[in-house]
Design a protein around this ligand. Structure first.
Ligand code: NAP
Length: 452
């Protein structure tokens, strides 16, 4: 892969890059099928990604006509990397086996190792014979919606396609590697003012937040809407706060420390709830929720913005869903895409129907939504929320940080890029947008690190 890195760093033409042979193997992070039972009997929090994630050479898969090889300069850790590495709620090999039965090309994915990663930025090395809009040398950001374009159900909204999958989670050959194979319709132009790692952290979380809040496929936020955002400095929440502010709404950010509250204020989010300081106990025991605590939470929101939120941005799941349904405005919307704290949800249905609220499900984003989000980032309207950068060799540790909620924003990973800050091709635009805005999460994390 070094030949590619040298060519990219030396500004080689697309033809020159295309002339370099694709290696037979490449460095990748992966989990092994034989390890799927390794954490049996352990609690979720005891399962350690550092024990299950391996870094080694894997064989380069053949290229299908609608795919491209991408040299991955940088990638990012997502929560799905954590799920895969702790084999929860299920080992991901079942997804790969199902894909393996679907087609000749699908068969490549059903292996005894699963290459992780659902984000990436890099350079197209070779394009399959059916690829029209992309060519070797193109600098790209990758989104993770893996769609079967011959499936009729995928042609209104591809997220509703029967065979829709998340690349690197439900497919193999993910982005936490030096090379990846993606469908051409996963490619988006890399913003020229961002580094490789800043370009690599956005697509999965930002596009998910975009669909949840902005798209008519989910909450369809309007100017002036108030939005309660759980985990407001986390991967999803950090983009949600920006989307609400950019769209003329009023965010109420929930976080769990004064440092995160400070970061939210820095982002321009004035209404902040520190859930740890407030010590909300929505569950009085494993089976019982406490309506008095929901009321205390609702009262706090009203004290901050003078009303109940039009939209609740939900993803913690079991711990918070009862409170979310309660807190939403009469006629309001709870939009959910996840259930980090447990997927068997309980809420009081009377609060839902009597007050005509709705719960809307959302999952990643179709190509159009991901593209629209990438455009906002390219315009400098939304910033990357990169807070720390790891080498590919250290992604077990990075995943562990996310598993235990020890991070802010997004954790970037250097794959072929041999240092931070590379890949920026429009410095003037970067300065025009504002370096401080772009590096806000990184600088905040550095400040905390320096303070010990
Ligand atoms: P993240 O970076 O870990 O951020 C999640 C935030 O949620 C944390 O920063 C934490 O903030 C808050 N949180 C965690 N547990 C909580 C609890 N019990 N109660 C209240 N708040 C809690 O993760 P993420 O990338 O935002 O992803 C969040 C979830 O969404 C994960 O389960 C992930 O798998 C899922 N997801 C789904 C999709 C999709 O397409 N369906 C896409 C992306 C992510 P504080 O501690 O500061 O409150």
């Amino acid at each position: 892969m070094q030949d590619f890195v040298d060519a990219i760093n030396n500004g080689a033409s697309g033809d020159e890059i295309a002339a370099i042979p694709i290696p037979e193997s490449y460095r990748a992070s992966f989990v092994k099928r034989e390890d799927a039972g390794m954490f049996e009997g352990k609690e979720s929090w005891e399962k350690d990604p550092r024990e299950s994630i391996h870094i080694d050479e894997v064989a380069t898969p053949e290229l299908a006509p609608d795919e491209v090889y991408v040299a991955v300069m940088a990638s990012s850790i997502n929560f799905n990397t954590v799920w895969t590495s702790i084999f929860e709620p299920l080992p991901t090999f079942g997804f790969l086996d199902r894909l393996g039965k679907e087609s000749v090309w699908g068969k490549r994915h059903a292996l005894d190792y699963h290459v992780l990663g659902s984000d990436g930025s890099g350079v197209v090395l070779q394009a399959g014979s059916a690829v029209r809009n992309w060519k070797p040398g193109d600098r790209v950001a990758l989104h993770c919606n893996h769609v079967d374009d011959q499936d009729p159900s995928a042609h209104n909204d591809s997220m509703k396609g029967a065979n829709q999958r998340i690349w690197g989670f439900e497919t193999n050959f993910g982005g936490l590697a030096d090379l990846t194979v993606v469908k051409a319709n996963q490619l988006m132009p890399k913003p020229a003012h961002l580094s490789w790692e800043e370009s690599a952290v956005n697509a999965l979380c930002a596009s998910t937040s975009y669909r949840m809040l902005v798209s008519q496929n989910a909450a369809g936020m309007k100017q002036g809407d108030s939005v309660l955002i759980w985990g407001a400095t986390g991967g999803l929440g950090g983009y949600a706060v920006q989307l609400v502010l950019n769209g003329g709404g009023i965010p109420v950010g929930v976080v769990s420390s004064p440092d995160k509250a400070e970061l939210l204020n820095q982002m321009g989010c004035e209404a902040v709830i520190d859930r740890k300081a407030e010590n909300y106990q929505f569950w009085s025991d494993e089976h019982t929720q406490d309506e008095a605590e929901w009321r205390r939470f609702g009262k706090k929101i009203r004290s901050l913005i003078g009303e109940d939120p039009d939209i609740v941005f939900e993803h913690p799941g079991r711990q918070t869903m009862g409170a979310s349904v309660f807190a939403a405005k009469r006629g309001g919307t709870v939009v959910t895409c996840a259930a980090t704290s447990g997927y068997m949800i309980e809420y009081d249905n009377r609060h839902l129907w009597m007050k005509l609220k709705e719960i809307i499900s959302s999952h990643f984003a179709n190509y159009e939504e991901a593209w629209a989000m990438n455009k906002l980032i390219d315009q400098g309207a939304i910033q990357p929320i990169l807070s720390a950068v790891y080498d590919l060799e250290d992604i077990g540790e990075a995943s562990n940080q996310i598993h235990h909620n020890l991070h802010e924003g997004k954790l970037g990973v250097l794959c072929l890029a041999d240092g931070e800050g590379q890949g920026i091709t429009d410095m003037e635009k970067r300065e025009r947008i504002g370096v401080e805005k772009i590096e806000m999460f990184r600088n905040h994390a550095r400040k905390l690190e320096n303070a010990g």
